[in-house]
Design a binder for this molecule. Structure first.
Ligand code: ADP
Length: 162
């Protein structure tokens, strides 16, 4: 069974992430969405909240497992017995950072490959950061997020403003 690990912050999960997961399932038998705490990114949602949202969005897809990990990604990949790391590539802006990470990970663990997937054009401009900006200004999130994730994001932003 081919297992891919899709790591990220998922603060929160967007349709761009979901698109990459759907595409990965054409290559892998199972995809583990592995959420990193990433405190340096100052996430708006804590780890448990991010995990719950990914679980909610993915609840009907049985080949997807949602979990969190701490420490070195490649160590987690090896522990999980996975075959590859999955990353999404949006516009060229992602390339440099992703290329660097993939090469460092390869140096750390020679047999761990990174697979890059491109999202559908309609999501190629989407990022959790932009979504949070749109939400801050009261914009409609329905084209970008699962409705329950959109509701939780609006609620979080309202509570931070009050
Ligand atoms: P990280 O902090 O690891 O970048 P993110 O949650 O921002 O975590 O992203 C996780 C992965 O999903 C990254 O590979 C990122 O490039 C990819 N990704 C995020 N949004 C999109 C999108 N709209 N289309 C394609 N890939 C995406």
């Amino acid at each position: 069974m081919k297992i891919g690990i899709y790591p990220g912050t998922f603060d929160p999960i967007t349709h761009g992430h979901t698109d990459i997961i759907t595409r990965s399932l054409r290559i892998f038998d199972k995809v583990i969405v592995a959420i990193a705490p990433n405190p340096s990114k100052h996430p708006l949602f804590n780890l448990a909240e991010r995990l719950a949202m990914v679980q909610l969005v993915m609840k009907d897809v049985e080949q997807v497992e949602v979990t969190s990990f701490d420490g070195l990604l490649v160590s987690y990949v090896e522990r999980a017995g996975a075959h590859a790391i999955i990353r999404g590539l949006r516009a060229i802006s992602d390339f440099e950072h992703e290329f660097q990470m993939a090469l460092v990970n390869r140096k750390l663990a020679k047999t761990v490959e990174t697979v890059f997937l491109m999202p559908s054009e309609e999501y190629s401009y989407l990022s959790s950061t932009i979504i949070k900006d749109v939400a801050q200004h009261g914009g409609n999130l329905m084209d970008f997020l699962h409705p329950e994730v959109a509701r939780r994001l609006h609620t979080r932003i309202r509570s931070l403003k009050s």
